[in-house]
Design a protein around this ligand. Structure first.
Ligand code: ZN
Length: 297
């Protein structure tokens, strides 16, 4: 089989179906924002008998664009990478409209939704929870679940074997680093899930937001390096006097947009939890929380 061609140039407007490769199309949801970039990417995999990955928010226009994109096809599977409210709520109405089965990550905790500031009441009731390594096959395509906790505890990526592509959800994105917000987000898990990707041989990633990651291993190595630098910067702010997370954030995230300050604080907390577990920092009270103050042991 010759190598699939990837269309890396086309951006596409919300609701428009963009052909990305022989097996992959994308419909952008109309939910742009500081955590969602231009909106959630919903992917359609296969031809004629298809799987939909991350159906996105329960937005009427998006649902109707998705149904239009697959109007002459059968949707057999709806796959969900994780239960943040920009990825899954359209699963139930799409399943109802198409008769497809919902497969994917385990249900998440309430903390997971609150963490990203947009709890959703939409139910997430998968017909089947996929274990790491489990496969979904359709005509001409094979998708394999890969457990990648960190951004969310239940996060899965999906490999598309025929094109050596990985649907990376919010684990790895080209436009931004992932937010890791405790307690559902876990920095130690996130770093381990990044290292896991280095052992693979994917040709490119299709993320949950933004365009493709084109040189995945180099990119993931840079992400790991970025997190190690962030960790070193946090350690660099600490000494024998306890400091609050707000203090640390103001020192290391200079020039950050005010709308992202709390996310930076939560990310810093995620690093501090990991650093405390490794004995490199401690809090003045012993509790590693958002309100605690931190110092070097
Ligand atoms: Zn997410």
């Amino acid at each position: 089989m010759s190598a699939p061609e990837f269309n890396l140039a086309l951006e596409g407007a919300p609701g428009e179906t963009v052909r990305l490769s022989p097996l992959v199309r994308r419909v952008l949801a109309p939910n742009p924002g500081p955590f969602t970039y231009r909106g959630t990417c919903t992917y359609i995999v296969g031809e004629g008998d298809v799987a939909v990955i991350d159906p996105g928010p329960a937005d009427a226009a998006h649902l109707s664009a998705l149904r239009h994109a697959v109007r002459d096809e059968r949707v057999s599977h709806i796959l969900v990478t994780h239960t943040h409210p920009d990825h899954y709520p359209a699963a139930a109405p799409l399943a109802e409209a198409t008769g497809a089965a919902i497969l994917g990550c385990a249900p998440g905790s309430d903390a997971a939704s609150r963490a990203v500031g947009a709890a959703s009441d939409a139910p997430y009731r998968p017909d089947r929870i996929l274990a790491c390594g489990e496969r979904i096959e359709g005509p001409g395509y094979t998708l394999t679940a890969l457990a990648t906790p960190g951004h969310a505890a239940n996060h899965l990526c999906f490999e598309l074997q025929e094109e050596r592509a990985l649907f990376s959800g919010d684990h790895v994105m080209a436009w931004s680093t992932s937010v890791v917000i405790p307690p559902d987000g876990d920095m130690g898990d996130y770093m381990a899930s990044l290292r896991l990707l280095l052992e693979r041989d994917d040709r490119l990633y299709w993320p949950g937001h933004g365009g493709p990651v084109k040189a995945p291993k180099r990119f993931v190595r840079a992400l790991l390096q970025h997190r190690r630098q962030r960790e070193a910067a946090i350690l660099g702010t600490l000494g024998p006097e306890p400091r609050s997370i707000d203090d640390i954030v103001l020192q290391i995230y200079q020039g950050i947009s005010p709308s992202l300050l709390e996310a930076a604080a939560q990310s810093t907390l995620a690093h501090l939890i990991d650093l405390a577990a490794r004995g490199k920092v401690r809090s003045d009270t012993g509790d590693v929380t958002r309100k605690a103050r931190f110092l070097r042991p």
